[in-house]
Design a protein around this ligand. Structure first.
Ligand code: KG4
Ligand code: ZN
Length: 333
């Protein structure tokens, strides 16, 4: 009998379900919420309401697409945290009820572990140990990965995440949420001609709040001189901000590789979909002799396949959880 894991992800604004069979992705359904587009960020209450609406159809579709019956499921994996509590509760409660009704085990998954484990969803997998730069809307971390689900944080952001820096910049520029993909698109037509500061924070940590303030003052001063400044310079502003964020990330990734002597380097999380981020990783890998790993687009952003892959390796280790488990907005790594 194959090990069939149904996985559920609802930590932020995407409702997702996936079926993983013996570590292979059979389905990965993601319902993206558009209700937040005009707010510049995710509105927690709207997000949990949307999860309630979408969770049953999304799970149904994932099981149908996988071509299996509910009775063939071996276990249910779900995101326990970190994330928005109201959003997590929808997925956690659903997973618990379904596991109870099918009388199968439950596996709790850490959302940030799962972003790293997304690398085991494809054909080409990184060797241990490897470094993973995980860059999303809520986190920015450099992680040393020594085995499946065995990892340690070497550095992380002290304030905003890299994705948040993209999204907050987008809000100042009048772009819809999530602004990362839009900034990426505009940047491709622009030139990084404006200078923004790169945080000098210690060790392998990051800070993006200074950049946010610098952009705010830069825009305020320039719009005072020319009210059409943003319209005229949008592509160049996007290219400049994007370059600053990616320079900041790459400086620390290079330092982490030098300090650990690890040359297998991966990126994960929503921001790893960024085209310049991908090109820079490939460029640095060529010049430094790194082997690089970039997940397919589908596995970069929030998705349940990564939860299922993480859950599959926990299943093999018999790491199950009890029915009284709770969702945690903040969850130790
Ligand atoms: O991993 P993810 O889907 O959700 C979280 O766990 O946060 O990441 C979402 C973040 C958002 O901040 C979004 O703007 C950013 O990833 N993002 C991008 C791109 N695609 C998504 N940032 C830069 N360039 C992109 N192409
Ligand atoms: Zn995420």
């Amino acid at each position: 009998m194959p090990i069939n894991i149904l996985a559920i992800e609802s930590s932020c604004d995407d409702t997702s379900a996936s079926v993983i069979s013996d570590g292979q992705v059979l389905s990965n359904i993601v319902s993206v919420q558009t209700a937040h587009a005009d707010y510049g960020g995710v509105i927690p209450e709207l997000a949990s309401r949307e999860h309630q609406v979408h969770i049953i159809p999304v799970v149904d579709q994932a099981i149908k697409k996988a071509g299996i019956k509910k009775s063939e499921l071996t276990a249910i994996a779900f995101t326990r945290g970190p994330g928005l509590l109201g959003s997590l509760i929808v997925g956690v409660s659903f997973a618990k009820s379904m596991a109870m009704s099918l009388n199968i085990p439950l596996i709790d998954v850490h959302h940030m572990h799962a972003h790293v484990m997304a690398h085991f969803a494809g054909e080409v997998v990184p060797p241990f140990p490897f470094l993973c730069l995980t860059v999303s809307g809520g986190h920015t971390q450099i992680i040393r990965v020594t085995d499946y689900n065995e990892m340690e944080i070497l550095g992380q952001t002290k304030d905003d995440a890299a994705g948040e820096a993209f999204d907050k910049t987008g809000k100042m520029l009048g772009l819809q949420y999530p602004a990362g993909p839009l900034i990426d698109k505009h940047a491709q037509k622009g030139e990084a001609k404006f200078q923004f500061p790169i945080s000098k924070i210690d060790k392998l940590d990051f800070s993006f709040s200074g950049l946010k303030t610098a952009i705010l003052y830069f825009l305020r001063d320039n719009v005072k001189q020319d009210p059409d400044f943003i319209k005229k310079e949008l592509s160049n502003i996007c290219a400049s901000v994007q370059k600053t964020i990616i320079d900041t990330l790459m400086i620390k990734l290079i330092k982490a590789s030098e300090l650990t002597n690890i040359t297998s380097v991966a990126i994960a999380g929503g921001v790893s979909a960024n085209s310049e981020m991908r090109q820079r990783l490939i460029g640095e890998s060529t010049s430094r002799g790194w082997t690089y790993f970039i997940p397919d687009f589908e596995y970069c952003r929030d998705n349940a396949a990564m939860i299922g892959i993480s859950g599959y390796y926990k299943y093999l280790n018999e790491e199950f959880c009890d029915q009284d488990i709770k969702a945690e907005a903040r969850l130790a790594f």
